[in-house]
Every structure is written in structure tokens, then in C-alpha cells.
Design a protein around this ligand. Structure first.
Ligand SMILES: NC(=O)c1ccc[n+]([C@@H]2O[C@H](COP(=O)([O-])OP(=O)(O)OC[C@H]3O[C@@H](n4cnc5c(N)ncnc54)[C@H](OP(=O)(O)O)[C@@H]3O)[C@@H](O)[C@H]2O)c1
Length: 201
């Protein structure tokens, strides 16, 4: 599959490496005109938003609505504002989320929130964290979520550990988990921590 990877940070690089290893044709986009967001988005049948969450709307604007229309847009970003030091605060929360802002700004994109609740290494290598643990998906379209679920399974996530939290407004909770994740990271002393949802059978 042709995949557009918007973002050159650790997340973009990690996802690019795994998707390439799986045989996909990945084009990475950045602000650099030599490998622009627009070229990467145009290339992708699926597009990942792995840009800084405070700048994602700008980055997606550079990618171009026409290059996102009709495509699954996997939003991995968190809108963390670190301008006042640690801990960073969410620039959007409670009644809205970055994923919903993106969906409103790009109504023809098929936005699915996923993978934002864990460190980049764990996204594509869930076995780094021992035992059963979870990845979440949220989005307004079941067919779009099914495409993302199959990529997650290829990354190594067991189907039973991929939890569909419902419509895209579930991204509010997924993004608002970040303040807790940052504390878990510090308390655990490793970024390789994740949520394991326990429930009655
Ligand atoms: N790091 C993790 O383990 C982790 C885990 C879960 C979720 N996330 C989320 O995933 C996203 C990517 O994280 P990251 O750590 O890989 O990288 P990052 O440093 O948060 O973002 C890097 C990307 O953002 C772009 N960017 C930065 N400022 C921009 C601006 N003003 N306008 C347009 N684009 C801009 C950069 O463009 P250039 O390529 O042009 O520099 C680069 O591609 C973030 O939203 C983060 O919160 C990260």
C-alpha cells in the first residue's frame, strides 16, 4: 500500500521503518520543500499525522485538503503545549480534541485516532511491554477503523487487544490520558509502559 507519513520526528521515523519493513511504499513529508507534506499526502492511500500536535492543523493545511480527501487519516498526534515547562498542558480538551479539530478542518478525510497513548517504540513493537496491553481506535467510520485495525495487527497487536472506543469524540479521552502517561513514564522509569484493560470475561 502507498502510505503518506506526515512527520519526521521519532514517531514518523518509527512508523515509516515498520511500514517499509512490512512492504509498504512510504513517502515521508515535512516542511522541507524537497519532501513536502503535500507530496507525502498525495502519495498516500492512507496518511498518518505524526506531526507536532500544536502544529498539526498547519501541517495538514500544507498537506492540502485535496490530498487528504477520501483517505484514512490516522491521527497519532497529541496537542501538548510545553511552553510553560513540565508538565505540558493540552491545548484542547474536555469538550473537543485535536482529532475532532482535524476532522472539522478536513471534512473529507476519514480521521481515525490511534496509537497516541503510547511511546513510539511500543506502537510498532508491542512485545516491548510484557503481557497483554491495549491500543485504542476511535473514529466516525467503521470501514476506516477496520483499515487501521489491520495495520495495527500487522504491527503485532493481537486483534483482541485493539479496543474500538467508538466515534471520534472518544479521542478526547485518548488525548486527555497524556497527563497521566507522562507521570507513569516518570514513575515507571521507562517509556515502555502501557494500559492493560482488565475486565470480566
Ligand atoms: N514521541 C512519542 O513517543 C510519541 C508518542 C505518542 C504520540 N506522539 C505524538 O506524535 C506526534 C509526533 O511526535 P514526534 O515526537 O515524532 O515529533 P514532534 O517533534 O512532536 O513533531 C515533529 C514533526 O512536526 C512538524 N512540525 C513541527 N512544528 C511545525 C510547524 N510549526 N508547522 C508544521 N509542522 C511542524 C515537524 O516538521 P519538520 O519535519 O519540517 O521538522 C516534524 O515533522 C506529536 O503530536 C506527539 O505528541 C509522540
Amino acid at each position: 500500500m502507498r502510505i503518506g507519513m506526515l512527520g519526521t520526528g521519532v514517531v514518523g521515523r518509527t512508523l515509516e521503518a515498520k511500514l517499509t519493513e512490512l512492504g509498504h511504499d512510504v513517502k515521508v513529508g515535512s516542511r522541507d520543500p524537497e519532501r513536502s507534506f503535500a507530496a507525502a499526502a498525495a502519495h498516500g492511500e492512507i496518511v498518518f499525522n505524526a506531526t507536532n500536535g500544536m502544529a498539526s492543523l498547519d501541517a495538514l493545511g500544507m498537506a492540502g485538503a485535496e490530498n487528504l480527501a477520501g483517505k484514512v487519516l490516522v491521527d497519532v498526534a497529541n496537542a501538548l503545549d510545553g511552553s510553560a515547562g513540565f508538565p505540558p498542558v493540552l491545548s484542547v480538551c474536555n469538550t473537543d480534541s485535536l482529532a475532532e479539530q482535524i476532522q472539522r478542518a478536513f471534512p473529507e478525510a476519514r480521521v481515525v485516532k490511534a496509537l497516541n497513548t503510547m511511546n513510539a517504540d511500543v506502537m510498532t513493537n508491542p512485545a516491548l511491554v510484557p503481557g497483554d496491553h491495549n491500543v485504542f481506535v476511535a473514529g466516525d467510520e467503521d470501514a476506516a477503523k477496520a483499515e487501521v485495525r489491520s495495520l495495527l495487527q500487522a504491527f503485532g497487536w493481537p486483534e483482541a487487544r485493539i479496543m474500538d472506543l467508538g466515534a471520534l469524540d472518544a479521542a478526547r479521552g485518548m488525548e486527555m490520558y497524556l497527563p497521566l502517561w507522562l507521570r507513569l513514564f516518570r514513575a515507571a522509569g521507562t517509556p515502555h509502559v502501557n494500559i492493560a484493560v482488565a475486565r470480566e470475561p
